[in-house]
Design a binder for this molecule. Structure first.
Ligand code: BGC
Ligand code: BGC
Length: 768
């Protein structure tokens, strides 16, 4: 090719490029793109989400970006003050969305529309959405969040499921998935896209007021339950009707405050953080949790909201989380107001956003937050890349939810998807959570029983059986009692027409009535509570209730004690007075029917404790997966009931326990065992596999739950339960007390246990 033709070639290339720029250039002054025909790229649903996000982001001002990073409580839009409930206030809607470009709204516990009915929720969220879109220059929809932590629990008429601690006792992950899906369906039908659930904190201290919100003390159990809940909420595609974004909360170490008080400091060694507290979050992230909420507390002297290590290095880096990190309630302010690690809002914001927070749950005070955030960026306290990163993640979530395409909900569909939804599922969940702890043979009640006395303060108290986070933040107050079956009603409904059901609450009268009865059912426990209001230093049975049980015990009549509580109360001195004892947790709407099903033997109890039940409060902290101790004076673990404990009306026998004899680092150990129902009733049994590392370079728990499976067996039926245990699951953090070393599986012998059966497996290094 000669130089002339090269010249002509280059020239024509240049001409073509100029022509292309001239004809096809849709670039706008702000650098964003138009599609041919003038449509904006970010509005085009056929474009990939990252392209849409980039396009939208390029059009946004810093003020608009700051607004997207802001979440306010709906009370900010209602009534006449920041905390007023009431009708939506037009002036404040415009201010919020036009002046401050706010990107997210939440209904904190107990904040509802004027009329707390599903339809009003949908109309309210639609109106807010409309205002958000119309007042936003770029038409960005708002994302709405709520705490639907046991059903759509803020809405009167929605079915309330058992709180997580009870669900954990069911050991039924399929069930938890269905409950997640049911909740998501109701939540989305009210125009809400984001559920601040499930709690992924491992509950290791019952003094803490949020113990009942956890799935108990074992990291593996918590992980499996959290995973099921997230999959149930989100499904394959969160843009679909009936799906919402889930939140794994509260990252990290929230559930083991040193003194048992909510939001007080936690001092947790790195090894424990990594082995006990990381796994549920790792699992949640692996299963696609869209959002993570941060722990309001501090760990080892650093508020988690200011920990770049935890929020960025660990959560983003090690765990690979790509979704939205949201603060908890007012927590950026607390960096200066409580923790005093800064002395002003701007620095607190910078600390927190730089640490990795994307969105701030204010919940009020928009101007103060956005103004300081904007200034912090302008003063280069926060790099613009961090802002763009945060806003991108928030926008991705909005696109994934399909909010740009389908911002509104049809208020006419919400009742059918919310009111009295899935009552059967709720009943099953309550039945499967009930945990039978004592039974001298009085249960199941005989069909011939003539007179039953029902007594105790929780026998007909819907508020107590629902627990906290039910309509009100602290649980039900007088107003808006949702439909539910009390324990008394459940027993009345299920007893045979020939049975006389007496009900007496007054202690003296109850004792008299007990003398006439064949059996006494005493339903006792706690009043509802949430968060710090639920902290306790004694977990005692209130003295009048203890007295009731003691006096009833002086009659000849058998006593069935039913505990309705968010934690194990100290019942050591009372269990001897009870012929049967059932832990009912906080069972929700169908609690009464569920209890009756079990009392009358229509259902066989199958719940297994998800925590260790102490004899005395001074034994705390107490968990079954503790380290061995160095002396023989007393056992390190002496609970009233162990983790995993729970009786059935049937007896299950285990035999034929088989385990692969050896494995390497990447193998999967096959385990099987035969289980036979030796009882006269059909029943379900949870088979639990535990592992104990015989020789380890550092201390390892005396045993750890490694797998579980729940099976249903007819009388005399035998089934083979199989597990596949990945050797990688045996990894521990080796090395000295800093707990910094990489997790490894150590070579050696591990003992696998199912009930009293034990088999060794030898794990060797991979052979080249
Ligand atoms: C709680 C969170 C909850 C948030 C919103 C906070 O006080 O700690 O669990 O999601 O409020 O209601
Ligand atoms: C809100 C709750 C929130 C709590 C935080 C309450 O006023 O309603 O949602 O969790 O404050 O302490």
């Amino acid at each position: 090719m000669n130089s002339k033709s090269i010249f002509i070639g280059i020239l024509s290339l240049i001409l073509i490029i100029i022509a292309a720029i001239f004809f096809f250039n849709n670039d706008r002054e702000d650098g964003s793109q138009l599609l041919e025909g003038g449509e904006l790229i970010y509005k085009d649903a056929t474009q990939p989400i990252d392209v849409r996000v980039q396009d939208l982001l390029s059009r946004m001002t810093l003020e608009e970006k700051a607004g997207q990073m802001t979440q306010v409580n709906v009370t900010q839009l209602q009534g006449n003050s920041e905390w007023d409930a009431g009708p939506l206030n037009d002036e404040w809607l415009v201010k919020t969305f036009k002046d401050y470009h706010v990107g997210s709204i939440l209904s904190g516990g107990g904040t509802t529309p004027v009329s707390n009915e599903p339809k009003f929720w949908a109309e309210m969220t639609n109106e807010i959405q409309k205002s958000a879109i119309e007042n936003s220059r770029l038409g960005i929809p708002v994302i709405y969040g709520v705490d639907a932590v046991h059903g759509h629990n803020n809405v009167v008429g929605a079915t309330i499921f058992p709180h997580n601690l009870g669900l954990a006792a069911s050991r039924n992950t399929e069930l938890v998935k269905k409950l997640g899906a049911s909740t998501a369906k109701s939540v989305r039908s009210t125009g809400i896209h984001w559920n601040f659930a499930p709690v992924a904190d491992v509950g290791r201290d019952l003094r803490w007021g949020r113990f009942y919100e956890t799935f108990g003390e074992d990291p593996y159990l918590v992980s499996e339950m959290v995973s099921a809940s997230i999959i149930g909420h989100q499904g394959e595609d969160i843009s679909l009707t009936g799906k919402v974004a889930a939140t794994a909360k509260h990252f990290l170490g929230y559930s083991q405050p040193l003194n048992g008080q909510d939001r007080s400091s936690a001092e947790i060694p790195m090894r424990t953080l990594r082995e006990i507290f990381y796994p549920p979050f790792e699992k949640a992230i692996a299963d696609g949790a869209k959002t993570v909420m941060v722990n309001s507390g501090s760990i080892n002297g650093v508020p988690v909201h200011a920990s770049q290590y935890l929020l960025t290095d660990v959560l983003r880096g090690e765990m690979g989380f790509e979704g939205v990190i949201v603060t908890d309630w007012e927590d950026i302010i607390r960096l200066h107001s409580q923790y005093q690690i800064t002395d002003n809002y701007k620095d607190s914001i910078a600390r927190s956003i730089n640490a990795g927070v994307d969105m701030s749950m204010l919940p009020v005070g928009i101007e103060d937050y956005t103004k300081n955030l904007i200034e912090a960026v302008n003063e280069e306290l926060i790099p613009m890349e961090r802002i763009d990163d945060a806003v991108s993640r928030i926008l991705i979530l909005k696109f994934e939810l399909g909010l740009f395409e389908k911002p509104y909900i049809d208020p006419d569909t919400t009742e059918a998807l919310t009111l009295n939804q899935d009552r059967e599922l709720a009943r099953q969940a309550s039945v499967e959570s009930l945990t039978l702890l004592e039974n001298d043979g009085v249960l199941p009640l005989s069909k011939e029983v003539k007179t039953i006395l029902v007594t105790g303060p929780s026998a007909d108290n819907i508020a107590n059986q629902m627990g906290g986070w039910t309509i009100g933040w602290q649980g039900l107050t007088g107003e808006g009692v949702p439909p539910a079956v009390s324990f008394l009603e459940g027993i009345q409904n299920s007893a045979s027409p020939e049975t006389n059901v007496l009900f007496e609450k007054d202690t003296a009268k109850a004792v008299e009535a007990a003398k006439q009865a064949d059996v006494t059912i005493v339903v006792f426990g706690e009043d509802p509570y949430a968060e710090f209001d639920g902290d306790t230093t004694n977990a005692a049975v209130p003295s009048d209730q203890a007295e009731l049980i003691q006096k009833l015990a002086q009659t000849e009549t058998s006593i069935v004690g039913v505990l309705v509580a968010g934690r194990p109360l100290i019942v050591t001195d009372l269990v001897g007075d009870m012929d049967a004892f059932i832990m009912a947790y906080l069972p929700g709407t169908e609690g009464g029917n569920a209890l009756a099903d079990v009392l009358f033997g229509k259902e066989n109890p199958s719940g297994k404790l998800a925590f260790s039940w102490p004899n005395e409060i001074g034994q705390l902290p107490m968990f079954y997966n503790h380290y061995p101790k160095s002396t023989l004076n007393e056992k390190a673990y002496l609970p009233l009931y162990e983790f995993g404990y729970g009786l059935s009306y049937s007896k299950f026998n285990y035999s034929n326990f088989k385990v692969d004899e050896e494995g390497t680092m990447d193998s999967i150990i096959k385990v099987s065992v035969d289980v036979t129902n030796r009882g006269e009733l059909a029943g379900s049994e949870t088979v639990e596999l535990y592992v104990d590392q015989q020789l380890s370079s550092v201390l390892t728990p005396v045993r750890k739950l490694a797998a579980f499976s729940k099976v249903h067996l007819e009388p005399n039926e035998t089934t083979t339960v199989e597990f596949e245990l990945p050797v990688s699951q045996l990894a521990i953090v080796p090395g000295d007390i800093l707990g910094e070393s990489e997790k490894v599986v150590e070579e050696g012998i591990y003992t696998l246990n199912i009930k009293k059966l034990a088999r060794p497996v030898t794990i060797m290094d991979n052979i080249e």
